[in-house]
Write a protein that binds this ligand. Structure first.
Ligand SMILES: Cc1cc2nc3c(=O)[nH]c(=O)nc-3n(C[C@H](O)[C@H](O)[C@H](O)COP(=O)(O)OP(=O)(O)OC[C@H]3O[C@@H](n4cnc5c(N)ncnc54)[C@H](O)[C@@H]3O)c2cc1C
Length: 385
């Protein structure tokens, strides 16, 4: 395994840690564009698009808007459901391996609402999820405050989705690294890729800042950076970096017991035995890791609107990471069309942690010439042609 930095330091380090198996509905759904534009005008949107003359960003945004149809919602939901469900089964066995230590819990996720109308309207979302056996349970205000005394009194209610789990991603990455090293994986860190050695339609090796590595098969899984690594192969993948932020703290005194999705703020609060994290925002501002004080303070004010004690002390880490975003909100898991021994796994957007085991297993089956166990057509590169 070759990585330009320390392994596990990309988006997989500081994300919210939700295994959100119920997240079947694609981001590009009817109404998304209007809803976000209204929130942008009211300055309440967690979305920020930096004005740019970058043609690929403009095209990506246009294609995203064009995908916000009922038809795409249905097809994407079917594809997402299959790989979410597949990953759920695989996670169950991976996390029960000896030596896995990552504060893993199967408590579900609570979506909490400030506004009564939004709370009632979620009924339609839950009904849609019901078709995938992922429907949520409605919890009226009084019961919700009993279930989660950490919440403020002025909330409207919540929906509990029991099919979601959570864990601490940095601990998971450490545990996975130990497991894989014990099985003989060699990890070359600080080995940024320079280019590929190509012979005909196959790759023979990769050149990195630490030298040349040869292999029979290559898997490119460089998250949001994947399109940059494939430029030499003239493979134009529509994956944009979607920047998010998180703040990790010790647990506050009045700590929630479930992970919370704060609906009106579009952010997540994740409690673990060993800590507590606020995370969210979606910023399209290119490749950068600048920590914006404004976005970080938005997370704090968002949590303050819902929680009695929104912050724990001390703050352990303020972090930003780049999600690999596709405009149809489906991952890319496929063989490169131009090079038969190159596999590509990227574009997992807001769900890269959740979809990791399913993706890994599919890629493995493809390399060994086995038929993948689920339908992988929705994740093919062909769809971008
Ligand atoms: C704030 C936030 C919250 C999130 N919450 C969740 C959540 O709750 N649940 C969920 O499922 N997902 C969540 N996500 C999304 C998830 O984190 C990502 O989808 C996932 O981490 C992507 O994994 P990846 O392995 O593709 O990319 P990364 O984890 O970013 O890894 C890419 C790796 O490629 C390496 N690399 C890049 N370029 C090169 C090069 N040229 N040479 C060598 N190596 C290179 C990088 O160093 C890095 O280690 C969240 C994301 C953010 C930002």
């Amino acid at each position: 395994m070759i990585d330009k930095g320390p392994v596990g330091n990309g988006a997989s380090h500081g994300n919210c840690g939700l295994l959100c198996f119920s997240d079947v509905i694609p981001l590009c759904s009817p109404g998304t564009v209007g809803h976000e534009m209204a929130r942008t005008l009211k300055r309440t949107s967690p979305l920020y698009i930096k004005p740019s003359l970058d043609i690929s960003q403009m095209l990506w945004l246009l294609k995203f808007a064009l995908k916000c149809t009922k038809a795409h919602k249905l097809t994407a939901a079917r594809g997402k459901y299959e790989i979410l469900n597949y990953s759920m089964g695989l996670f169950d066995s991976l996390l029960s391996l000896d030596g896995m230590s990552c504060d893993f819990e199967k408590k579900g996720m609570l979506t909490v609402f400030k506004n009564k109308k939004n709370f009632e309207a979620y009924q339609a979302t839950s009904a849609f999820l019901d078709a995938y056996h992922m429907g949520a349970e409605k919890i009226e205000k009084k019961d919700l405050l009993e279930l989660e005394p950490a919440l403020c009194d002025d909330i409207a209610g919540g929906w509990l989705n029991r099919s979601d789990w959570h864990l601490r991603p940095d601990m998971l990455m450490d545990s996975w690294r130990k497991q894989l090293s014990q099985k003989g994986l060699i990890i070359e860190e600080h080995s940024s890729l320079i280019d590929f050695d190509i012979q005909g339609n196959s790759l023979k090796g990769v050149n990195t800042v630490k030298g040349r590595f040869k292999a029979d098969f290559f898997v490119m899984a460089a998250g949001a950076w994947t399109p940059l690594t494939l430029r030499q192969l003239k493979l134009n993948l529509p994956v944009l970096p979607g920047k998010g932020y998180s703040i990790t703290m010790e647990r506050p005194g009045a700590c929630p017991s479930h992970p919370l999705s704060l609906y009106e703020k579009n952010m997540v609060v994740t409690p673990w035995k060993s800590g507590y994290r606020l995370g969210g925002t979606m910023e399209f501002s290119g490749y950068n890791d600048v920590l914006s004080p404004k976005r970080l303070s938005n997370l704090v004010s968002g949590a303050s609107a819902f929680l009695r004690e929104p912050l724990g002390h001390p703050v352990i880490e303020e972090w930003t990471g780049l999600r690999p975003m596709t405009y149809d909100d489906l991952p890319v898991i496929d063989r490169a069309p131009s090079h038969e021994n190159l596999m590509i796994a990227t574009g997992h957007g807001m769900l890269g942690l959740t979809l990791a085991p399913g993706t890994g297993k599919i890629i493995c089956d493809m390399i060994y010439g086995r038929e993948p166990e689920i339908n992988i057509r929705p994740f093919g590169i062909d769809r971008f042609r």
